[in-house]
Design a protein around this ligand. Structure first.
Ligand code: BGC
Length: 476
């Protein structure tokens, strides 16, 4: 087999266990096939007439350039869409930043849009107050990590909520406007120009400041997604032929038209059915942190019901949706302390376990996190192969800016698989340090640098013209 799933000692019940895990084990041919299907979906998303119905949305971001490392400036940044909501004050050239983390209570994630944006405006106000910034009018980078139809850099319509958010009155609206209205309702501070970006774009931009060959941003954390620099001539829904634009793929929606149904397990179907957005973001539900723990839990419940684990006894905790947290998976998979961690977690979940149970649980966790890494690798391979084909290169050397706990915990599985699936691409992975927040500031910084450079160009053109005019006058 191409990928071996069982890195641990084979427990004696393994042959019976195998039948539950086998549907999660994807062969290299299947992964190539997944990559080929995504390749077609990227095209549908880019097409002028097909993009409306495309499951992979391929959203233009209006970001046309990556950093060149000379950017400067003082910015505010908001970051909504991961585990926490964060407010930041970023000095780009110094890499200095102050960060405040604010929780978004569960009720607020399901409340009204007005409540959510009022809360954001309050957190920003408190931050400005505590850092003595209230009198200044700083440009603001807003990282909003949900699928948005971006009309301009400061106008972005929410297509739909994902990752457990479902605030009323926001879908179909311009989120920048909703933020500005909330700030206006308070009336005690002002903000400058706003640049709105997806977290993948923020990640690409902040990694791009350090490594100028970074042209892909990828997140695999609570949710999953990637962006990359596409040739504008291929983005049929926008005007223009020259240059490149960053496209937010929203690959979490891959499979929403049923094209992954043949590889979905009964557990994926259950996770989707019981989520707050059934039928939506199928790929995300197979691979991202918000759902992996629940997939493991469902597998363990089934094995227990079939008397393969825990003497057939499901504890109250194991029977409760959401109680097997995704972070348990990486703790249980730790090479040295994993078995000990498994024992502790199983005890905390009120389970009557033996050593074989603990090993089987490790095997289940490994299988499900491996599938996540391999599917993510297949999707990333599609992007790097596309960039290589776009540029008609025999060999592509590129950097992927990456963030998210699922990646941080399992980097090697993903890297190994993507190298096998995209052998003509030499990929460097750069983990972003707080990229999704600082990257939004970077978008503004790049825009300011480009404006400054074009002003300088105009001025020097002006001087050249004057010189030419003088020369002409002298010649006369
Ligand atoms: C959202 C994306 C985001 C990703 C990672 C997904 O649920 O749709 O916009 O980039 O999560 O945070």
């Amino acid at each position: 087999m191409f990928f071996t799933v069982n890195e641990f000692e084979q427990p004696c019940r393994c042959s019976s266990v195998e039948k539950y895990l086998q549907p999660f084990q994807l062969s290299p041919e299947t992964l190539q096939e997944v990559s080929a299907r995504l390749r077609k979906d990227l095209l549908r998303g880019l097409g002028k007439h097909s993009h409306h119905k495309a499951p992979v949305k391929m959203l233009p971001t209006f970001v046309r350039a990556t950093p060149d490392g000379t950017e400067k400036g003082d910015f505010l940044a908001l970051d909504l869409g991961g585990t926490n909501f964060r407010v930041l004050h970023v000095r780009v050239e110094e890499e200095a930043q102050k960060v405040q983390i604010c929780a978004i209570p569960q009720e607020m994630m399901l409340g009204t849009g007005e409540q959510l944006f009022d809360h954001i405006a309050t957190c920003l106000g408190d931050f400005l107050e505590s850092h003595n910034l209230k009198g200044q009018t700083l440009p603001l980078g807003f990282t909003f990590s949900f699928p948005c139809e971006q009309l301009e850099i400061d106008k972005s319509i929410l297509i739909r909520w994902t990752k457990g958010f479902n605030c009323s009155g926001v879908e179909g609206k311009d989120v920048v406007q909703l933020l500005k209205e909330a700030i206006h309702r308070r009336g005690d501070y002002h903000i400058g120009s706003v640049a709105m970006v997806n977290d993948t774009v923020g990640t690409m931009m902040s990694c791009g400041y350090k490594d100028q060959s970074c042209e892909i941003g990828m997140i695999i954390g609570t949710g999953t997604n990637a962006c990359y620099m596409e040739e504008i001539k291929n983005v049929k829904r926008i005007e223009g032929k020259d240059g490149r634009m960053c496209i937010n793929t929203e690959w979490g929606g891959f499979g929403d038209d049923g094209c992954l149904d043949d590889i979905l397990t009964e557990f994926d179907v259950e996770v989707d059915k019981t989520s707050i957005n059934p039928g939506v973001h199928i790929f995300e539900k197979m691979i991202s942190g918000m759902y992996l723990g629940e997939i493991v839990r469902l597998v363990l419940v089934k094995m227990t019901k079939d008397k393969l684990l825990f003497k057939g006894q499901i504890s109250e905790a194991l029977g409760t949706p959401g109680r097997f947290e995704t972070k348990f998976i990486s703790e249980i998979e730790e090479p040295d302390s994993g078995l000990e961690n498994a024992k502790k977690i199983l005890t905390e979940l009120g389970l009557d376990w033996d050593l074989v149970d603990a090993s089987v649980v490790r095997l289940v966790c490994d299988t499900i996190s491996s599938r996540s890494a391999y599917l993510c690798a297949a999707a990333l391979a599609t992007l790097v192969n596309r960039i290589r084909n776009n540029r008609k290169l025999g060999h592509l050397k590129t950097t992927v800016g990456v963030d998210g706990t699922v990646y941080r915990k399992h980097p090697t599985k993903l890297q190994k698989a993507v190298r096998l699936l995209a052998p003509q691409c030499d990929i460097t992975f750069l983990v972003s340090e707080d990229g999704s927040g600082t990257g939004a500031a970077m978008v503004t910084a790049v825009a300011q640098r480009l404006a400054h450079q074009s002003r300088l160009l105009e001025e020097s053109d002006g001087e050249d013209n004057e010189e030419e005019e003088e020369e002409e006058e002298e010649g006369q």
